[in-house]
Design a protein around this ligand. Structure first.
Ligand SMILES: Cc1ncc(COP(=O)(O)O)c(C=O)c1O
Length: 427
């Protein structure tokens, strides 16, 4: 008989054979998978034969998630990652090499901007930032020099800028550039950029896709050929998604549609209601006729989604008082969760800027970003009513003028953000 340790190791790692189909994807909490012989191991590790050998390279729970995401995006293939930023990094470096040029929207997530400037910049990649809602400006930037990639976001911070992906795909391709889209704010339920002509789509699975603020993850979808290049970046850099994280994201994905419908319904009602409230200067939500890209929203988004922004009269003092008075939304970073999350960039991500600098960046001092959660509308409205009252009182006490929008602020403020300000933007 074999010794105790040998028997214990073999007995404790014997996976059961299950004839009945489980109704959720099992968590394959294994880093190594054994092959029948050396020949099979060589075939699997070199990728010539599909299979599993080592967890950084592939895991069955991750594969299940990749197949599910590819299907809902209408993509040939998907590659999952440990976070949205790992996915974006792989999407970028799967396309560009040292010395290449990228044109990016100015309305880009802060860590992506930092990755473009601070990381890729060190390898000689140059980036020009443009207002992606100004198609002539995009065309001029692409025509100025050979460009490998146009990088945009479907819906972007902080004023819920919506990008016309079909139009930008035509422009990018005319100039020989690949269109890469961050679809995090929209999710595949609202928008499938590949169907509109995008070449690669990255999403943070941390947000709406998983939906519960309890898991980090990211994904890139695209053609089989493009994802093969993304996958080789993942294998070499090791930003692998853990199997338990893949399980949580799969569980979120199953209810994405019903959650997005509820996020949209509540955000649409809140946006319409906020537009009529005293002390509100402007509301930004794709459902509103006043949205600067209302026609694009109607054509491109299945529904308006859960992200909205609004400007309070009374500036920074009012914004801070509003956030402090809330009792239901969470005061935190991130978005796309069961919880409503309200952020006041001028007292958090843009805290270091003076009011004059905020004006220069086009961010109103009283701007609030809200990721509308799944709570009951009436409760959120009651909480917002109290917070608006607190904001008005704080502004009156401070003697702040009752206008939140900086004089001469552009209609689509984020479009004019200078580098220094957006580099500070985090989740
Ligand atoms: C638009 C957007 N893209 C990417 C990311 C990065 O995602 P993660 O935090 O999962 O890396 C975020 C995070 O907030 C985001 O808002």
């Amino acid at each position: 008989m074999k010794g105790f340790s040998t028997r214990a190791i073999q007995a404790a790692t014997r996976a059961p054979k299950v004839d009945q189909h489980p109704n959720s994807v099992p968590i394959y909490q294994a880093v190594t998978f054994s092959s029948a012989d050396a020949e099979e191991l060589g075939e699997v590790t070199s990728g010539r034969t599909p299979g599993y050998a080592y967890g950084r390279i592939a895991n069955p729970t991750d594969t299940a998630l990749e197949e599910a995401i590819a299907e809902i995006h209408g993509a040939e293939a998907a590659q999952v990652f440990a976070s949205g930023m790992a996915a974006i990094h792989a999407a970028l470096v799967s396309v560009v090499s040292a010395g290449d040029r990228i044109v990016s929207t100015r309305a880009v997530y802060g860590s992506t901007r930092s990755q473009l400037i601070n990381l890729l910049g060190r390898f000689g990649v140059t980036v020009e930032f443009v207002d992606a809602t100004d198609h002539e400006a995009v065309e001029r930037a692409l025509a100025a020099a050979p460009t490998r990639m146009l990088y945009v976001e479907t819906i972007a911070n902080p004023t819920i800028v919506v990008t016309d992906i079909a139009a930008l795909a035509r422009i990018a391709h005319r100039h020989g550039a690949a269109l890469v889209v961050d679809n995090t704010f929209a999710s595949a339920y609202l928008c499938r950029p590949l169907e509109l002509g995008a070449d690669l789509v990255a999403e943070s699975a941390t947000k709406f896709m998983s939906g519960h603020s309890d898991v980090l993850g990211g994904v890139v979808v695209g053609s089989r050929e493009r994802i093969a290049r993304v996958r080789s970046v993942q294998i070499d850099t090791g930003g692998t998604l853990a199997p338990f994280a893949a399980f949580l994201i799969l569980r979120g994905l199953a209810t994405l549609a019903v959650r997005m419908d509820r996020h949209t319904a509540t955000a649409t009602a809140l946006a319409a209601w906020l537009e009529g409230q005293p002390g509100i200067e402007r509301v930004f939500h794709p459902s509103l006729a006043s949205h600067p890209q209302a026609a694009v929203c109607a054509a491109q988004l299945r529904s308006a989604g859960g992200m909205l922004a609004f400007e309070l009269a009374g500036g920074r003092v009012a914004g801070r008082a509003f956030v402090d008075a809330l009792t239901i939304p969470e005061r935190t970073a991130s978005l796309g969760s069961i919880h409503t999350i309200v952020a006041h960039p001028p007292s958090t991500t843009h805290r270091q800027l003076t009011d004059a600098e905020l004006t220069e960046t086009g961010i109103a001092a009283g701007l609030l970003r809200c990721s509308v959660g799944l709570e009951d509308l009436q409760d959120l409205q009651a909480d917002f009513t109290n917070a608006l009252e607190a904001a008005r009182r704080a502004a009156a006490d401070a003697g702040t003028p009752a206008t939140g929008a900086p004089p001469g602020a552009p209609a689509s403020p984020i479009a004019d953000l200078p580098e220094r300000a957006t580099a500070a933007v985090r989740p």
